[in-house]
Design a protein around this ligand. Structure first.
Ligand code: MBD
Ligand code: FE
Length: 280
C-alpha cells in the first residue's frame, strides 16, 4: 500500500463518518499521525505481534505513570524547546538571557513562599551531604533587575529523589518559591542534589535498555521564573563535575546552564554573596 492509498483509507475511517461536532485540529493531527504510523508499519514490515507488544507497552507506561518520563527520555521535550528557540529567532525576539530547558515530570505546585531567601531542605540529610547555597539575580534581557519576580525551584535529595514522588521525604522538601528582593536577588540554602535515575524496573528504563541507553540525569536544580509583563522561563542549572553533565538521558543540559559549585572557604568576598551573615 502506498501513502496515497493509506491517506485515503485513514480519511475514510476517521473523517466525518457521523454527524457529531468535529474538532478540526484533533482530526487533522489524528489523520496525520495515523497516516505516518500506517506508512511506518508498511515500510518496517511491523507484524501483528509487534503491534500488540507496542500497545501493551503503552498500557504499561500509563499504568506506571511514566508517560511524563518517556517524553523527555526520547528527546521529545527537548525537541519542543529547540522549536521554541527557533520560533523566537524567527520572530526576532531578543536572545541572550538564560536559555530555556525542559520542565520534566516532577514539578509540584504550592511550595512554601518567601521573599529574598528560603531554606529549602528539611534538615534530614544535613549531616550526610554538602550544603548548597544558591544565589542569583533576575534581570530582563538588557540586564535591568526585576524585583518581585517569582522564582520557583525544585530539586532532588542526596538519593536523586524528589519529594511527593518519594514518600519518605517531607512534603515540599527541596521545593520553594522565592520572590526576588528590591535588588532582583534571591538566595537559597539547601542540600547538594544528586542526579535522578529512571526507576530501574519501570517501562521507561526497559525501553532505554533496548536502545542501549542509560536513564540517568546529572545533578540539577529546576526553575520556573515568572514576573508581570514577562514570558515565563522554564529552566535548570546543571552542576559541573557530574559524570552525566553532557550525557543527560533527558537532553536538558545546555550551554549557559552549567553552574560551578565553589567551596565557601575559597570564596574571597563572603559579604558580596551575603554569606557573612547567618541565615534565617
Ligand atoms: C527529572 O528529575 C527530570 O528533571 C526529568 C527531565 C526527567 C526525569 C526526572
Ligand atoms: Fe529533575
Amino acid at each position: 500500500m502506498n501513502r496515497q492509498e493509506i491517506d485515503a483509507l485513514v480519511k475514510k475511517m476517521n473523517v466525518n463518518t457521523a454527524t457529531g461536532e468535529v474538532d478540526a485540529r484533533v482530526q487533522e493531527i489524528v489523520v496525520r499521525l495515523l497516516g505516518d504510523l500506517f506508512e511506518a508499519i508498511v515500510d518496517l514490515n511491523i507484524t501483528q505481534t509487534e503491534l500488540w507488544k507496542g500497545m501493551e507497552y503503552l498500557s504499561d507506561l500509563g499504568q506506571a505513570n511514566e508517560v511524563g518520563l518517556l517524553v523527555p527520555g526520547l528527546g521529545l521535550e527537548h525537541f519542543m524547546d529547540l522549536l521554541e528557540d527557533e520560533k523566537d529567532r524567527q520572530a526576532g525576539v531578543e536572545q541572550g538571557g538564560t536559555p530555556r530547558t525542559i520542565e520534566g515530570p516532577l514539578y509540584v505546585a504550592g511550595a512554601p513562599e518567601s521573599v529574598g531567601f528560603a531554606r529549602m531542605d528539611d534538615g534530614s540529610e544535613s549531616d550526610k551531604i554538602d550544603t548548597l547555597i544558591i544565589e542569583g539575580v533576575v534581570t530582563d534581557v538588557d540586564g535591568n533587575i526585576v524585583p518581585n519576580a517569582k522564582v520557583e525551584m525544585w530539586h532532588a535529595n542526596g538519593q536523586g529523589n524528589y519529594s511527593f514522588f518519594d514518600k519518605s521525604q517531607s512534603d515540599f522538601n527541596l521545593r520553594r518559591t522565592i520572590y526576588t528582593d528590591e535588588n532582583g536577588r534571591y538566595r537559597a540554602q539547601t542540600t547538594m542534589p544528586v542526579g535522578y535515575g529512571c526507576p530501574p524496573n519501570g517501562p521507561t528504563q526497559a525501553l532505554l535498555d533496548k536502545l542501549g541507553r542509560h536513564g540517568q540525569r546529572p545533578s540539577h536544580v529546576h526553575y520556573f521564573i515568572t514576573a508581570d509583563g514577562f514570558r515565563k522561563l522554564t529552566t535548570q542549572f546543571n552542576i559541573e563535575g557530574d559524570k552525566y553533565l553532557w550525557d543527560d538521558f533527558a537532553f536538558g543540559t545546555r550551554e549557559g546552564l552549567v553552574a560551578v559549585a565553589t567551596d565557601k572557604s575559597s570564596v574571597q568576598d563572603l559579604a558580596k554573596y551575603g554569606l557573612d551573615k547567618p541565615f534565617k
